[in-house]
Design a protein around this ligand. Structure first.
Ligand SMILES: Nc1ncnc2c1ncn2[C@@H]1O[C@H](COP(=O)(O)OP(=O)(O)OP(=O)(O)O)[C@@H](O)[C@H]1O
Ligand SMILES: O=P(O)(O)OC[C@H]1O[C@](O)(CO)[C@@H](O)[C@@H]1O
Ligand SMILES: [Mg+2]
Length: 536
């Protein structure tokens, strides 16, 4: 396994259980116990270690406040695993690359804006190929599963995992798990070959199918063992990564030589720590078509209003970026920024004002915006999907209705409202060129990590560098638009819409952010605001 040297003396990776300095990081640590070493097995169940506590955190501290939030490695619980030279060293394409293998000490900083006296802060292990691998090519039986909602690029990631395993490491056995997590125990697998996946990146959706709900950890790990799978690639959002984390824990508990790797997927871009999720750019681009249509429709009529609903259950990134990109939007409403309809400073007053000024307007609303307002207004039931996500009320229809009702009371100002709902259209398409390249990098990072014996991690870019991130760091909370950050201010100044917030709300939010940042600094954890919105 790689070691990290944070000073001139190389320091072996330590588990949290025997590092006293880690007590300072107590909010980030959970009690851990290293299981007794067990012999590696694949394809057969083991009971001797069942019920043992598993490693959940690996933190290494170094000089000047350096912290590495490391990811688990197979040797943490299978210490005697043999290693093999990385076949890439003889690969004609890669052998010419200068320093192709990642330096074992390389880590990626979570915070890159620092002061003279700032602690070095949290780092993640840099992704990439290692000199030694823990799997022989013909020993690997990999599987791929896609879970949760659709997202442009799912097929590209599948393709690139299959082709990357074959091209770089000579792995020929890759199984597709159909229909999400439940496919592990309810369906047969399909063989994925270079040939069968060769042009799937040109199609939207996922060739494997997907689902919500149906996560049964025991049955899934039984299936992994029964099929002799030793690398599991799990593509999905926050819920999926939580599922991947418990699969990893169960694999570890059973002492299996199985690498469990997450590839983060979400159209909403609501995954913490990583710069951006794949498919997001494609979705923002596709949303432009709907916004353009809304603009054309609205400016062709007197007092025309074009209303576009975009995805974003809890985070308004698609709406915010689509608005900023378009320049035709007069008002953007997102879940993070509460608004109200009636009275001074309310949305209806603003619409009236903008129509008087421009004669038309475009409103973009994220599907999760204003949910509490709608719930107050309508008799609504708390309904959830199979994964436990709250089913949203249709803010687009509701808003259309409210705007129409308002202007009916103003006969001198008849409006012409067109409601466009492209929500599923922005995610059911193939990924664009830049997302395709991004998907390739994610797939390659995932493969290199698994081959190098890392497990229990998600891959993703952190400040532009691909890194291996422990599951808990991306599942502990969802990334949100920070409305006291500069990016939202840019949006407000581009649309020239009111913030719809009371001064008290703004002050309270600032205080909350300051308190959060202070705690983060104390824990050597970066401020989320700067990352989540790409502050400049
Ligand atoms: N806490 C959890 N533990 C185990 N499995 C979970 C958990 N939360 C969700 N899952 C499983 O993960 C899968 C996907 O979850 P979900 O439907 O919430 O989508 P997601 O991965 O969050 O993607 P997205 O929200 O972007 O569509 C489902 O099969 C669900 O059962
Ligand atoms: O209708 P489905 O497939 O459950 O997906 C809808 C949800 O999935 C997402 O696209 C991703 O979580 C949300 O924006 C949306 O609320
Ligand atoms: Mg989710």
């Amino acid at each position: 396994m790689d070691s990290i040297s944070s000073s001139s003396t190389p320091q072996k990776i330590q588990s949290t259980s025997n590092s006293s300095s880690l007590l300072d990081l107590k909010s980030r640590l959970s009690a851990v116990k290293i299981p007794e070493p067990v012999k590696p097995r694949a394809g057969r169940r083991m009971s001797s270690t069942e019920g043992k506590t598993v490693i959940t955190k690996k933190i290494v501290t170094g000089d000047a406040g350096y912290v590495l939030e490391d990811v688990p490695h197979l040797t943490d619980y299978l210490p005697d695993l043999p290693t093999y030279p990385n076949p890439l060293q003889d690969h004609p394409a890669y052998s010419v690359v200068k320093q192709y293998f990642v330096n074992t000490d390389d880590t990626v900083a979570q915070t890159i804006v620092v002061h003279k006296s700032s602690p070095r802060g949290v780092h993640f292990r840099r992704a990439g190929p290692r000199q030694k691998v823990y799997f022989e090519s013909d020993e690997v039986t990999a599987c791929i599963v896609t879970c949760g909602g659709l997202c442009p690029g799912l097929n590209t990631v599948i393709r690139e995992i299959v082709c990357g395993l074959y091209d770089m490491y000579g792995v020929k056995t890759v199984l597709g798990i159909e229909g999400g997590y439940r496919g592990f125990y309810a369906r047969n697998t399909i063989n994925l070959t270079r040939k069968t996946v060769s042009d799937i990146h040109k199609r939207g959706g996922t060739v494997l199918g997907t689902s919500r709900g149906g996560h049964d950890t025991t049955k899934i790990v039984d299936s992994i063992q029964d099929r002799g799978i030793n690398q599991v690639y799990i593509i999905g959002g926050d819920g999926t990564q939580k599922g991947a984390s418990v699969i990893f824990e169960e694999v570890q508990r059973r002492g299996l030589k199985v690498a469990v790797v997450g590839v983060p997927k979400t159209i909403d871009n609501d995954i913490e720590v990583i710069d951006k999720s794949f498919g997001f750019d494609t979705a923002v681009e596709e949303a432009q078509r709907a916004i353009n249509a809304a603009h054309v429709e609205s400016e062709s009529q007197e007092n025309g209003i074009g209303l576009v609903k975009l995805m974003g259950r809890n985070s308004g990134f698609i709406a915010m970026y689509a608005t900023l990109a378009s320049r035709d939007v007069d008002c953007c409403l997102i879940p993070e920024s509460p608004f109200y309809l009636e009275g001074k400073g309310g949305l209806l007053e603003f619409i009236e004002k903008r129509l008087k000024e421009h004669g038309h307007m475009v409103i973009v609303v994220a599907e999760g915006a204003g949910q509490d307002l709608i719930a107050q207004d309508m008799l609504s039931m708390d309904v959830h999907d199979a994964s436990g996500n709250k089913l949203l009320l249709d803010v687009g229809l509701w808003l259309s209705q409210k705007i129409k009702e308002h202007f009916v009371r103003k006969p001198k100002m008849p409006i012409n409202l067109k409601y466009i709902d492209p929500t599923y259209m922005v995610r059911a398409i193939p990924s664009n060129a830049s997302d395709n390249v991004y998907c390739t990098l994610l797939a390659h990072s995932a493969i290199h990590g698994a081959m190098a014996g890392y497990t229990g991690f998600t891959v993703g870019p952190v400040n532009g560098r691909h890194a291996y991130i422990p599951f808990d760091r991306i599942t502990e909370k969802q990334k949100k638009v920070v409305i006291t950050d500069r990016m939202w201010a840019r949006l407000l100044s581009s649309t020239n819409q009111p913030s719809f917030l009371s001064n008290k709300y703004i002050e309270d939010s600032k205080k909350d952010n300051e308190a959060h940042n202070a705690t983060s600094k104390a824990d050597n954890v970066s401020t989320d605001a700067s990352l989540s919105n790409g502050s400049m």
